[in-house]
Design a binder for this molecule. Structure first.
Ligand code: ADP
Ligand code: MG
Length: 693
């Protein structure tokens, strides 16, 4: 249960005076939530200094000025296109105030002729004439103090002005309760940080431009609060898993030996290294929760299979869960034949598995006839019961939410969990997404792979590219043509792909196929099958091919509007043509002009094939939130913390979290109770719910 003290912060923003239905929608979109607390994380982006109050003769045009002047005359607009003008002067110079599309009456009322007014806004000069369009403030002289100050500016959205935002924010800030201190007093002193309340209020009333930076003292304190909440939550989950007794699921090696004897290749050193890490942990008396990272093509599947077999040797069942149907099938195609040879039963279960067939599979899972289950999240629906699930592999994890991860760990009988990802995750992000999850990395691809020749070309070169493609295809190559990601909607994605397909059909006839996300699974598979068999030589695709397809003969890839893709995604895509041992070519086509960052990003792709390096660079260029997409990615996306700036704070928070749980595993001390509040404040209630209050 959320502590009562936080209630005011979790009230809906409609409780703010002035927030009606329309403002509610705008505001919640803007601040990324509909609670008061969401507003508090919406920090100012600028300051307007209205303390500059010169005489007009000395005023510097281009600056925000607060002018005290007498109203001389009104010049009403002659027609609706012309502005309404008001002339004022302060004894040194004249100033013309300009208003478009405003009621003459309201101007007359605000600026009575002969009276003095305080006017604040941006001063400009046209042909030596001082002007001010739509002043931000017009008040009576006795109210000058209201204007003459530094004004906080928030990131805004159409329909909410800064003035309105300021009024809303003032109310939101007034709701902050007096929260208990959850940070260590000595640490606060050492960092010269004030209390959470002081930091939050100060962050909302910046005085200097430097106060707006991520490295500002106040923002660091808040970032640390957020990072500690993140790390503590992860550490709690971790602690829970660790405490659960596990079982020794490392068998005698008989099945594994048979498989290894059959493989047409030797494992790489890297594969052997991670396997020995996994085997060692399988023998530990606690549950395993390990992340396996390996670049595209590094050979994770065989590692997963061997790890599963190790559990199967002990009589347990194993399961591998993929994020898509195609990927699950692909695993089946690799795993099932190998298993069959050694008398192990591997079966597929996805959302598409229906009727009698599904019933049979469910039965065989429950009676233990199936040793290895391969599937999508359908594996973890309520009616799926295992005889004795001991080992679970989650592939391409970043597509699953934390929730699913928890679900599947409950299915198993103290099951060990191996999470595999091909997305190279920079170290910093691993820490934020998994905390101290055990970590293995296949840092090597099998020998003999030729590097991909990556070229960056403007879309204007399309005819040449097509001509080159014709030559390659005539020589027996197969190629992917990846169509642009269109921002607005999936429909236009598809339209673009269909258009390109039609154009290419004119050239390549029935050797070109089209596959996209809106197709029925059956049709998709049929197209993929034809491409695999070589009936199609060219496959036009939307990004559905990103994960999963394995066609070793495909050695050419053309990516249209490569500048619209994330680097991680480009890397994944390009990985599709790195399967074979043939030299391969990837054309990144862009629409000029490219921004500096975009140029740099494409150059990174051109110059590197190291997924980790690419990911690090991408993080540098784009910031942590974007690299792996949205919230559902399962990676923490922070409200305040900025991983580039607060990297070192993350490390400290990681250690801090560990120490806290060592000394106070149930969060029962005074600080522990305060930390619970912190966890709720940053909405980590999933992890605290199980604690008794
Ligand atoms: P990923 O890590 O991208 O999932 P896969 O497991 O799909 O990679 O392996 C990619 C390809 O490399 C597969 O065709 C697989 O058979 C092959 N492979 C895996 N390990 C080795 C190895 N040690 N030597 C040669 N080829 C390998
Ligand atoms: Mg794979």
């Amino acid at each position: 249960m959320r502590p009562e003290i936080l209630y005011p912060l979790f009230a809906d923003i409609s409780t703010i005076k002035g927030v009606g239905e329309r403002a509610h929608k705008l505001l919640s979109n803007l601040v990324g939530g509909n609670k008061i607390v969401d507003m508090l994380w919406h920090l100012p982006s600028n300051i307007i200094d209205r303390t500059y109050s010169p005489k007009l003769a000395n005023a510097i045009p281009g600056r925000i000025c607060t002018i005290v002047a007498k109203v001389v005359e009104h010049i009403p607009a002659k027609n609706s296109r012309q502005p309404y003008k008001v002339v004022v002067e302060d004894g040194t110079e004249q100033l013309i105030l300009i208003f478009f599309k405003v009621y003459a009456e309201s101007i007359a009322k605000a600026l009575p002729v002969g009276q003095t007014r305080v006017i604040s806004g941006k001063l400009e000069s046209f042909n030596g004439q001082l002007q001010m369009a739509h002043p931000d403030y017009i008040v009576r002289p006795q109210e000058i103090e209201k204007v003459l100050k530094k004004e906080t500016v928030y990131p805004l959205t159409a329909g909410i002005s800064n003035k309105v935002m300021g009024r809303f924010m003032e109310q939101a800030l007034a709701r902050i309760p007096n929260l208990p201190e959850w940070q260590d007093k000595n640490f606060l002193q050492q960092q010269k940080w004030g209390s959470f309340n002081d930091a939050l209020l100060a962050a909302h009333s910046p005085v200097f431009a430097s106060d707006l930076e991520s490295f500002a003292k106040e923002r660091c304190r808040l970032a640390y609060d957020e990072l500690l909440a993140n790390q503590l939550a992860l550490a709690i989950v971790r602690q829970r898993v660790k405490k659960q007794a596990g079982r020794n699921l490392c068998g005698n090696g008989a099945l594994r030996k048979k498989i290894l004897d059959k493989l047409p290749f030797n494992l790489t050193d890297a594969q052997q290294k991670v396997l020995s890490e996994i085997y060692a942990e399988q023998q530990q008396p606690y549950r395993m929760l390990r992340l396996l990272q390996g670049d595209v093509g590094s050979g994770k599947t065989i590692v997963a299979l061997l790890a599963m077999l190790s559990a199967v040797e002990c009589g347990a069942q194993a399961a591998i869960m993929a994020p898509t149907e195609i990927l699950a099938k692909q695993h089946l195609e690799t795993i099932a034949p190998l298993c069959e040879d050694i008398g192990i039963k591997a079966e597929l279960l996805t959302g598409k598995t229906k009727g009698k067939y599904r019933k049979q599979i469910l039965e065989d899972l429950q009676n233990g006839k199936i040793n290895i289950a391969i599937g999508t999240h359908a594996l973890f629906q309520d009616d799926v019961k295992f005889a004795d699930l001991g080992f679970v592999v989650v592939d391409e994890q970043h597509r699953f939410g934390v929730h699913q991860r928890m679900l599947l760990s409950e299915k198993g009988n103290k099951a060990d969990i191996l999470v595999m990802t091909a997305t190279p995750i920079p170290r910093t992000l691993v820490l934020t997404a998994y905390g101290d999850m055990e970590y293995s990395k296949i840092d090597q691809v099998p020998e003999g792979r030729k590097p991909v020749d990556t070229r960056v070309l403007p879309l204007g070169k399309l005819p040449e590219v097509v001509a080159g493609l014709q030559r390659k295809i005539a020589c027996g190559c197969r190629a992917y043509w990846v169509c642009p990601l269109v921002e607005e909607s999936e429909k236009s994605d598809l339209a673009a792909a269909e258009e390109r397909f039609a154009a290419l059909q004119k050239i390549f006839g029935d050797e070109v196929g089209l596959v996209h996300g809106k197709m029925k699974e059956k049709d998709k598979d049929a197209v993929m099958e034809k491409f695999k068999k070589g009936e199609y030589k060219l496959l036009v695709a939307t990004t559905v091919i990103e994960v999963g397809v394995n066609v070793p003969e495909a050695t050419v890839m053309i990516i249209e509007h490569a500048e619209r893709f994330g680097l991680a995604q480009l890397h994944q895509l390009r990985g599709r043509i790195k399967r074979g041992f043939e030299a391969s070519t990837c054309m990144l086509m862009y629409s000029p002009p490219l921004s500096e960052t975009a140029t740099e990003r494409l150059n990174i792709m051109k110059n590197s094939e190291d997924g980790f390096l690419i990911a690090e660079k991408d993080l540098e260029l784009r910031g942590g939130g974007e690299i792996l997409g949205t919230r559902q990615s399962g990676f923490a996306d922070f409200r305040i913390a900025d991983l580039e700036v607060h990297k070192n704070l993350l490390q400290i928070a990681n250690k801090d979290a560990k120490m806290i749980l060592e000394m106070d595993p149930k969060l029962e001390t005074t600080r522990g109770m305060a930390l619970r509040t912190l966890l709720y404040l940053f909405e980590k209630e999933d992890t605290v719910r199980n604690y008794r209050s």
